[in-house]
Design a protein around this ligand. Structure first.
Ligand code: DAH
Length: 339
């Protein structure tokens, strides 16, 4: 019996030593200490041992079991530690590797141009206001002295929601909305998106942006309009920029003008940028028509004012010398990254 126990022990120790994995170790445990295990077999043979010998043999079996369990436990700890070490090694982070490049977006050229225009006018004491993109025909046309059947409606064909509601063709309706509030004097700019049923090409888009300006107070004259826009042009395109007011017609201003600036590329000599003329058109403007003031509840005998409308894309294209408006809407990363 004693030899048999020694043999089991010796075999167990050598098997444990070679186990190598936790799974294998568990198999070994079962093969020795399990129900059908070698040591269990020995215990079953106790009934053949003489009764006076039994305590001694029992003690021997217990010693063998304790020794084997101890060896199993030690090896289990050993293997678990090794497994952990291996896992740590595999999951190691190389802190010296270069970091993944973080791609940070930035402002669209339209936004940069808008913020520049806003900065200039806010500096002159203007407030920035907004109006709805879906607008009543009344505000977009009627209240701006463009009645039904007026030819100006043809040039500004748009998307109609119904007879009375449309996508605004200009930011000018914001003028009316501000005047209607009745708070005077007024000094605002109103940037925003506008819509026209135009085909897409290098200079047209069915959706683009304008910045409207409106000043109403007692004693406002064309001189104020000229001075304001000349200052705006100098801040936007450079100190040496000159402005030229060309007579024009807008239904909601009288008199009306279009404003050209000296070409900032050639300084007025004539180049590709200004198509050889030395001048570049940047906006429309005029003195607010007395009828428009009246319709919005302002007495034209007491108050007068001027208004202007700038195309935002036009400013962005000029400032960055971009020759195709479509580039502003295509969201091509390679293009946008340049600004
Ligand atoms: N709303 C005009 C357009 O879209 C631009 C404009 C011209 C606005 C003269 C004005 C203005 O405020 O006074 O063509």
């Amino acid at each position: 019996m004693k030899e048999r126990l020694e043999a089991i022990k010796a075999e167990a120790f050598s098997k444990i030593e070679e186990a190598g994995t936790l799974d294998k170790l568990n198999e070994i445990r079962v093969s020795i200490l399990g129900k059908k295990g070698a040591l269990t077999e020995v215990l079953k043979g106790m009934k053949n041992v003489a009764p006076e010998e039994r305590p001694k043999v029992g003690q021997l079996v217990n010693d063998a079991r304790n020794a084997i369990e101890g060896a199993l436990e030690d090896m289990k700890k050993n293997l678990a530690a090794k497994a952990r070490e291996l896992k740590l090694k595999q999951e190691v982070i190389d802190v010296t590797l270069p970091a993944k490049k973080n791609c940070v977006g930035h402002r669209h050229p339209n936004t940069i141009a808008l913020e520049e225009v806003e900065r200039i006018f806010v500096g002159m004491g203007y407030e920035v206001v907004e109006g709805p993109e879906i607008e009543y025909d009344y505000y977009n046309f009627e209240a701006l002295n463009i009645p039904a059947n007026h030819p100006a409606k043809d040039e500004q064909d748009t998307f109609y929601i119904n007879d009375k509601i449309l996508l605004r063709t200009q930011t000018s309706p914001v003028q009316v909305r501000v005047m209607e509030q009745g708070k005077l004097p007024i000094r605002v700019i109103a940037p925003g998106r506008v819509f026209r049923s135009d085909e897409v090409d290098a200079t047209h888009s069915p959706s683009f942006h304008q910045i409207e300006g409106l000043v109403i107070d007692k004693g406002i004259t064309f001189a104020d309009l000229k001075g304001t826009l000349a200052q705006f042009a100098r801040e936007l395109f450079g100190e040496d920029t000159k402005v030229k007011f060309r007579p024009h017609h807008f239904p909601f201003t009288e008199p009306s003008a279009e404003v050209d600036v000296t070409c900032f590329k050639c300084g007025g000599k004539g180049c590709r940028m200004c198509k050889g003329s030395g001048w570049i058109e940047i906006l429309g403007c005029g003195m607010v028509h007395p009828k428009v003031l009246e319709m919005s509840g302002i007495d034209p005998k007491v108050y007068s004012g001027f208004a202007f409308g700038v195309g935002l894309e036009r400013i962005a294209l000029l400032k960055y010398e971009i020759d195709d408006m479509r580039l502003l809407y295509e969201n091509d990363d390679r293009f946008l990254k340049q600004f």
